[in-house]
Design a protein around this ligand. Structure first.
Ligand code: ARG
Length: 590
């Protein structure tokens, strides 16, 4: 259905036309003086030159043309020529009632749904997940859900880092510790054991140890690189170990992402495209794009209009080894051939922006994608500690995701248990704390524009007041508790019908709701979950203001009371839809 602001603008356009002016001047925008009016139109100012007339005169003509309007209750021409507007309560109510009947509150289906792939998460197998991966998971999940809600086909791919040096390091360290393992016996021809020779806890210790050693011991690093090479060229025992590393590590990753309410459609990794590389390289050479420079195979990607130097994209190192680039390009090839997306969105640390620019240009130049395929880099900033530096543990190490989640769960639990009015048994409080803590974590991240750095402030994020996830959830819980009482009193939610607003606070709440569909469309177009956060913060504020001013359940006039109940139902549904696309949920009570 038509967006609220468009319906209002249409009415204004008609008035400009009726008064003998260009209809295009009738664009209505939200008021920047909410103390004076709800909406405004600056068309008379814009038309002054064209009609060689004082703007205030044009504005006055328009005011006349709007007499008896079913949309505006107040239209005033204000010097030097602004039009200040207020809406008819009945018109607002009608719009909301129609929204309520439509699927997705009147959000229009896309004319041509797109197939969109989102490359996010990007964890490295066998390395612990750290907070750097957290932002990718949280933002990517939300961008995916928003696009899906709007009506596109969306496929999320985790793109595992599962083929690099870390594998060689683990294999090397394992060989140092347990050279007798059958995987290292080159003559062994039998079946390898089914069970991995290590647990996840051991794996998590092996990797950092090996990585540390390789930094101070050149021979050790040499061995690890050799092991990586052998693994990639298919040495049986190494492949078998790799499978074990994958199994053990993936089980752990799945648990972690599940706890974050993050679900991937594809669990593909760098290793999956390894075999596509030789043919891709051949094509690039044949197409005349790839050439040898200082021993390495490269593709030039600079363009005339560049204002800064964009280095060539390196496809193969001089020893023939492939790189991070090579796998990303081969992944694009794989995606185009097997899935054929209209667009691929990469949710990655913004420090990789130049790198992706090279990859995208190379993919276009060498024909890996169609000219109309969208390749979009959605770079995010760093999550910093209160000192403004990248987030660290108290001891100064890299914070692991699981510790961070534990910390925020505990803080939330402490806050819930310290509430004076707490009536919740301990077990329920624990579960509730987890649900609310996830909202604190995700909202704290998503409410910032993704590209910006932000400060992880556990105390602020878990607060039930202010622009936070818990504040939104408290608002939802409050609405649910009123609705539950209404039912206990014998009320039926299905009987409740919206009524025209009775107070300023009620009207403000209705106007917030009316903006839902336009907001969601904007959040999709700009891949901007922070717009959803800003919207629900405004909506929750409007609701709480209304709630504090209105005695809902004790209202004697039944029609009025039921009207408010209908408004509450809609507010709850819109809020829950929004938190769902942000990737968290609300407990029944708090
Ligand atoms: N594994 C990479 C890292 O930890 C992130 C992967 C990003 N996605 C991609 N297609 N390159 O930095």
């Amino acid at each position: 259905m038509e967006k609220f602001l468009d319906v209002i603008s249409d009415e204004m356009k008609r008035a400009f036309l009726a008064a003998g002016y260009d209809g295009g001047l009738g664009k209505v925008t939200p008021s920047n003086r909410p103390d004076l009016c709800e909406y405004q139109c600056n068309g008379a100012m814009a038309g002054a030159k064209q009609y060689k007339k004082a703007p205030i005169m044009i504005a006055q003509d328009v005011v006349k043309a709007l007499e008896g309007s079913a949309v505006f209750s107040e239209v005033s021409a204000v010097n030097p020529g602004f039009l200040n507007l207020k809406l008819q309560e009945g018109f607002v109510k009608e719009y909301l009632a129609r929204m309520g009947k439509e699927e997705k509150f009147g959000l229009e289906k896309p004319e041509r749904p797109k197939k969109i792939m989102i490359d996010y998460g990007g964890p490295n197998v066998a390395k612990p997940l750290h907070v750097g991966h957290l932002r990718s998971a949280i933002i990517g999940e939300s961008v995916k859900r928003i696009a899906r809600y709007v009506g596109h086909e969306v496929i999320g791919d985790i793109h595992l880092g599962d083929w690099g040096l870390q594998m060689g390091l683990i294999i090397t360290e394992l060989q140092e510790r347990r050279p007798e393992l059958v995987y290292f016996d080159g003559d062994f021809e039998g079946e390898y054991p089914e069970e991995a020779p290590f647990t996840i806890a051991q794996l998590e210790e092996i990797y950092p140890t090996a990585s540390g050693k390789s930094k101070s011991d050149a021979a050790y690093k040499e061995k690890a690189m050799d092991a990586t090479f052998k693994l990639q060229s298919g040495v049986r025992g190494y492949r078998a170990l790799w499978k074990h590393i994958m199994e053990v590590s993936l089980a752990d990753l799945k648990r972690n992402y599940h706890n974050l309410n993050v679900e991937f459609d594809l669990w593909k990794g760098e290793s999956d495209v390894h075999d596509l590389i030789p043919a891709m390289v051949e094509e690039m050479k044949k197409g005349g794009h790839a050439y040898i420079s200082e021993g390495a195979l490269v593709v030039d990607v600079k363009e005339e209009t560049d204002t800064k130097e964009i280095p060539p994209c390196m496809i193969l190192k001089s020893d023939g080894a492939s790189l991070y680039n090579t796998t990303d390009l081969a992944t694009i090839k794989d995606r185009m051939e097997n899935i054929g997306p209209d667009e691929i969105i990469y949710v990655v640390d913004k420090r990789q922006e130049l790198y992706f620019e090279q990859v995208f240009r190379c993919a276009r130049k060498t024909g890996l994608v169609r000219p109309e395929t969208g390749l979009k880099f959605l770079g995010f900033g760093t999550m910093n500690g209160k000192d403004g530096k990248p987030f660290k543990t108290r001891e100064g190490g890299v914070m692991r995701l699981s510790s961070l989640i534990e910390e925020i769960n505990e803080e939330m639990y402490r806050k819930i248990m310290s509430q004076e009015s707490r009536s919740m048994p301990e077990e329920e409080a624990k579960e509730t704390a987890k649900v609310v803590a996830l909202s604190a974590l995700k909202y704290g991240d998503l409410s910032n524009q993704a590209s910006k750095d932000y400060i992880f402030d556990i105390d602020r994020f878990t607060s039930s007041e202010g622009d936070t996830g818990p504040y939104i959830l408290y608002t939802i819980a409050r609405i649910k508790s009123i609705l539950a009482k209404y039912k206990e009193m014998g009320g039926r939610l299905s009987d409740a019908a919206l009524q025209p607003a009775d107070s300023g606070a009620e009207k403000d709440l209705m106007l917030e709701l009316a903006g839902f569909n336009a907001m969601m469309e904007g959040a999709y177009e700009e891949a901007a979950p922070h717009k959803v956060c800003a919207y629900i913060y405004g909506l929750a504020n409007a609701f709480n203001h209304f709630y504090h001013e209105t005695k809902i359940l004790t209202e004697e006039n039944q029609v009025k009371r039921d009207g408010w109940i209908a408004l509450l139902v809609m507010t709850r549904d819109v809020l829950e839809t929004c938190i769902d696309v942000l990737g968290f949920s609300a407990p029944e009570r708090m």
